[in-house]
Design a protein around this ligand. Structure first.
Ligand SMILES: O=c1ccn([C@@H]2O[C@H](COP(=O)(O)O)[C@@H](O)[C@H]2O)c(=O)[nH]1
Length: 472
């Protein structure tokens, strides 16, 4: 195989798929080396050889997969050849979801939970592979392996490993330079310049290049298009249409108070959060009226039940008892503390009803224990239950997966705490600094003499913060 890799590098150099000079990369960095693998479509013999070597490299690594998917666009023909020659089904990732028809981001047939191999032409920081993995995972596929023709050796492999993806490459920059030097295709001074560049432009933590990376921040609409769960899709769509990323927490003790508040703040919110168990007169009539208000004003109902028991018990708490939560709350939440059984239990009740759940990964209260490894384990649990878990209650952004929604309580325009452990940040801080998608406000709204105006103030503050995030 090494003779074939050597010949391939010489061929790539000959067709100017590998160039030396002074190039401005997408990130704005000046680079002395440039890979333009797009040209290989004009050289079918070379393209075929690349696809074969990608296949052999993958097989040698022992990677197991049911489908292959090329990172658009250069790797698409490579994945196609691998698929056709080795009889392994291919998937196509769209760069943008169609705005008509089925709005699929992934074309092709697959089984939920099956593995997909990502194929790429060049890896620098690994972000394109990661982005493709996120889209594949958002539809229920599993990504553990990726294969690339050229690894620039700037930290992408390590970054992907941190994200749980094993990257195998046909050739790295060091080997490529060695081959070209041995065949006297480039002078030693050029090879040294490239080695220097690679050393000084690593994407490893602490060694990131000093330039701003231009990763696109997705809008709520774009994120909604990526989501599979109907509640997540509906929420993002309401947020975009109503220009609201505000959830009001109706922590009130009578049905009349909750319904009055819901009607007053309805036009300004994307979600109403309830604590059914603090109400003295909870009834089916209340549920009916709340549901009507949610339909009229277009908001999601979130029962902040914070389930935290074994699967069998939470199933009863969710389905039965006084509140029959699963019958009316689009969304509920759970602690990760009991382990994944809590989700298995809730899912058996909620999935058929198309309900969704958030995991409590961080809390706003002083001295709480939902930090560090606990928070990380919570994120992992959410990733393993994406059919039901659509996001987090958190105080910061915990994952780059755009299909997870981060909701942040402990938000007020004025005030830093309540004397009982609650800690407040401003809407700007929550959305811009901590990267919340939705802010949750209780007393800041319902204790105001004019809750509708207060909700409008929070709505404007939080949505302007989101628009700032989009633009910067
Ligand atoms: O970490 C958490 C989790 C949940 N909450 C809930 O949010 C509201 C906040 O009400 P405020 O009046 O705005 O303080 C309340 O229902 C809590 O149970 C939280 O605050 N922190």
């Amino acid at each position: 195989m090494s003779d074939r890799v050597e010949q391939l590098i010489l061929d790539l150099f000959a067709i100017e798929a590998v160039k030396f000079g002074d190039f401005t990369l997408k990130s704005g960095i000046q680079s002395p080396i440039y890979f333009d693998l797009r040209v290989i479509v004009s050289y079918p013999v070379i393209m075929n050889e690349v696809a074969e070597l990608l296949w052999e490299t993958t097989k040698k690594s022992g990677a197991k997969f049911a489908t292959v998917c090329g990172v658009p666009y250069t790797a698409l023909p490579l994945a196609t050849l691998m698929s056709a020659h080795h009889d392994v089904p291919m998937l196509i990732r769209r760069k943008e979801a169609k705005d008509y028809g089925t709005k699929k981001m992934i074309e092709g047939k697959f089984e939920i939970g099956s593995r997909c191999l990502i194929v790429e032409d060049v890896v620098t920081s690994g972000s394109s592979v990661k982005e493709t993995a996120q889209v594949l995972e958002s539809v229920g596929l599993v990504v553990t392996d990726a294969v690339v023709l050229l690894d620039r050796e700037q930290g992408g492999k390590q970054k992907l490993k941190e994200a749980g993806i094993e990257l195998k490459g046909i050739c790295g920059t060091a080997q490529l330079l060695e081959i070209l030097r041995r065949h006297e295709k480039i002078p030693e001074s050029v090879a040294e310049q490239v080695r220097d560049f690679v050393r000084n432009n690593s994407f490893l933590p602490g060694l990131e290049p000093p330039v701003k990376k231009s990763r696109k921040v997705l809008s709520y609409r774009e994120r909604g298009d990526l989501c599979q769960h109907p509640v997540a899709r509906q929420l993002f769509s309401i947020m975009e249409k109503k220009k609201s990323n505000l959830a009001v927490s109706a922590d009130l003790c009578t049905a009349e108070q909750v319904l009055q508040l819901a009607d007053q703040v309805g036009p300004h919110i994307c979600m109403l959060k309830t604590h059914a168990d603090i109400m003295t007169d909870f009834s089916t009539e209340f549920v009916q009226s709340l549901t009507e208000l949610a339909d009229r004003h277009q908001f999601i109902i979130f029962e902040d039940r914070k389930f935290a028991d074994i699967g069998s018990t939470v199933q009863h708490q969710y389905r039965d008892g006084l509140y029959h939560i699963a019958d009316w709350a689009h969304l509920t939440n759970a602690h990760a503390l009991p382990g994944s059984g809590v989700l298995e239990g809730l899912k058996q009740v909620g999935l058929d009803k198309k309900r969704a759940c958030l995991l409590i990964a961080e809390m706003s209260s002083k001295g709480n224990l939902a930090t560090g490894d606990y928070t990380k384990a919570t994120v992992k649990m959410a990733e393993e239950h994406k059919d039901f878990v659509v996001g987090f209650i958190s105080q910061s952004q915990l994952t780059e997966d755009p299909t997870f929604i981060h909701m942040t309580p402990g938000v007020q325009l004025s005030g830093s705490g309540d004397g009982l452990g609650q800690q407040y940040v401003s809407p700007w801080d929550a959305v811009v600094t901590r990267r919340a998608d939705v802010i949750i406000v209780g007393r800041g709204v319902y204790k105001d003499p004019d809750p509708a105006s207060a909700a409008q103030r929070y709505q404007t503050a939080a949505f302007e913060a989101y628009q700032h995030r989009l633009a910067n």
